[in-house]
Design a protein around this ligand. Structure first.
Ligand code: B12
Ligand code: SF4
Length: 514
């Protein structure tokens, strides 16, 4: 039995090892299944070349990973594979929350919801006959009345999972576009030491994906993987991509202490962010001693009411303390902000920009809200916007808070970056840490985040300081009712409005080299 696991190519300025595919591959291999990973994003392959590469492998099935941001490319690839009579299985965050629509658009045979290791293995071992494997669904099953409300069985003891199949996603082959843009050392090993997050921020998909639970690997198991990455691939930096690395203090403290006690010389960072309410100066100092040089905090907004609206359960004072703690310990600190959250006004945008600019953050990222499947906002804002998954994620507004306009949000993004980096110290530190080989992707980022849109040349919007109400503030959704309310306590799967047309080659999957 041979399975090919694929990440399609799509427009992105971040290209990191696909951990999910790595875990699926090692788990299947451990159970005697032959697996080939093809990362077309890393290899920058056209859809045509990718298709031929997959077909040449003569697989028994093709598994494709799918986030909302590259749904279109997944659908295109899946349909082409079906035309070649190949069996297709989809998994990942997007199909987990919109299984029926995904199956219908992609013509894939199966969707597996949630963690994929056990469900996929069972399906393979069952010769692709689904006799009630939890979390596995076909379009026909759903149309004949089965409700896709179950997730696949997941591994309760994460230490039982083998490390990702690093041989096939060698850290050395991801040199140019790491998460967080600026890094200290290459190559980078990407690790998750936990799965899940018990919080409930309304813009985030993780709580629903993991049912608000968090599972931990043992710190010893994490250390083993770090050692393996160093010995086998010469890794010199680790990026923890956990949702909530510092959630349990003993967990992160033990990881730090093991790194120190074992004399491991490595730099590490948390580019996916940690929560400000889980850290203090002591913890930061320990993290620093073990090699941590950069953390990011999901700050989202400086307005207390907005933080409440999105159930962040953190105060601005806590966030300020956490930034202070990082600075005192000598750890560089990045802030993530989102414009366009419920309750946003021109005044709150200004508040956030002022907070960021006057803070001790050394870097900041300003995104525009995307209402993503799996998030609570996906439910509560349903019917108030048309999801468009062909647009650039987190860069183009889709739902617009009452009283604001699309243009105001877009100009806020570029204005925020400019104001933030107008500080000479910040700018010089940033410029000094960019490496020549990263320049191409750095330019890509500057363009994506509208940093190249000079704020004084952004026509359009009234200044965010002006209070005028937008003319066209909300778009009404045009959602087709679905034949089934198939989504597992999730809302009715929303709309056909995903920009889907007849299948074409081409656009699916070429990354513009900027
Ligand atoms: C690391 C990470 C990234 C990395 C790479 C992601 C990747 N997979 O290639 C980078 C930094 C590039 C990234 C980018 C983005 N990300 Co991201 N990212 C994550 C993060 C923190 C961890 C992902 C991970 O490695 N998990 C560990 C592995 C083991 O889990 P996994 O990938 O989910 O895989 C498991 C299952 O999903 C399933 N599975 C996955 N694929 C397949 C395939 C098959 C066939 C099967 C059967 C099963 C299966 O089985 C796997 C093993 O159990 C998650 C949060 C999270 N907790 O998942 C967000 C997350 C996936 N990202 C998210 C988002 C929104 C984004 C961005 C749009 C953000 C942005 N600012 O632009 C971009 C989109 C991509 C782009 N345009 O570049 C959302 C996804 C929401 C959605 N509906 O799609 C998440 C859930 C975060 C969130 N808080 O909401 N991301
Ligand atoms: S944003 Fe962070 S803290 Fe909030 S639910 Fe998502 S992963 Fe958890």
């Amino acid at each position: 039995m041979k399975i090919v696991l694929v990440r399609p190519n799509y427009e992105s300025h971040i290209i990191t090892p696909p951990l999910g595919l790595g875990y699926l591959a090692s788990y299947l291999k451990k159970h005697g299944v032959e697996v080939k990973i093809i990362d077309a994003l890393r290899d920058n392959q056209t859809t045509e070349a990718l298709l031929e590469r997959i077909v040449a492998e003569k697989p028994d099935a093709v598994g494709i990973t799918c986030l909302t941001a590259f749904y279109k490319q997944v659908v295109t690839l899946s349909r082409l594979l079906k035309q070649r009579n190949l069996r297709v299985v989809l998994g990942g965050v997007h199909p987990t929350f919109l299984p029926y629509q995904t199956l219908r658009d992609s013509q894939a045979d199966y969707v597996i919801r949630g963690d994929g290791e056990i469900g996929l293995l069972k399906l393979v071992q069952n010769d692709f006959v689904n006799d009630g494997i939890p979390g596995v669904y076909s379009r026909q099953e759903i149309e004949s009345g089965k409700t896709p409300d179950e997730k696949a069985q997941c591994s309760e003891n994460l230490d039982e999972l083998p490390f990702p199949d690093w041989e096939q996603i060698d850290p050395n082959s991801y040199p140019e576009a790491p998460h967080g843009a600026i890094v200290k050392n290459f190559p980078i090993g990407v690790i998750t030491s936990t799965r899940g997050c018990p919080h409930q921020c309304t813009f985030c998909a993780s709580p629903n994906f993991y049912d608000r639970r968090i599972r931990f690997r043992s710190p010893e198991n994490v250390l083993e993987e770090i050692k393996y990455l160093i010995d086998r691939f010469g890794v010199r930096e680790i990026h923890f991509e956990d949702d909530n690395l510092t959630f349990k203090r003993e967990h992160v403290e033990r990881i730090c202490n093991l790194i120190i006690e074992n004399g491991i010389k490595i730099s590490w960072a948390c580019p996916n962010g940690i929560r400000a309410d889980t850290v203090d100066e002591d913890l930061m100092r320990l993290m620093k001693e073990s090699g941590c040089y950069c953390v990011a905090y999901g700050i989202e907004s400086a307005n207390p009411q907005i933080l409440k609206n999105v159930k962040k359960s953190e105060t601005i004072e806590t966030i300020e303390k956490a930034i202070d703690a990082a600075n005192k310990a000598g750890i560089s600190c990045q802030g993530f902000f989102i414009f366009g959250l419920p309750g946003e006004t021109s005044e709150t945008i200004r508040e956030t920009i002022d907070f960021a600019t006057n803070s001790k953050l050394s870097r900041a990222q300003f995104l525009i809200l995307d209402v993503i499947p799996g998030s609570e906002l996906w439910h509560t804002l349903k019917g108030q916007f048309n999801p468009d998954w062909t647009k650039n994620s987190f860069k183009e507004p889709e739902w617009i808070p009452h009283g604001l306009t699309k243009e105001q949000l877009e100009s806020a993004q570029s204005r925020a970056f400019w104001k933030f980096y107008c500080n000479p110290g910040r700018f010089l530190r940033l410029a000094a840490s960019v490496r020549p080989r990263q320049l191409r992707y750095m330019c890509h980022r500057l363009k994506d985040y509208r940093i190249l849109n000079l704020p004084w040349r952004t026509k359009s919007a009234p200044d965010v300081g002006e209070s005028g109400r937008g003319t066209e503030t909300r778009r009404s959704a045009n959602a087709h009712p679905n034949p089934h309310d198939v989504n597992s306590g999730q809302p009715v799967e929303q709309s056909d409005a995903t920009g889907f047309e007849p299948l074409t080659f081409g656009s699916g999957g070429r990354r513009s080299k900027v």
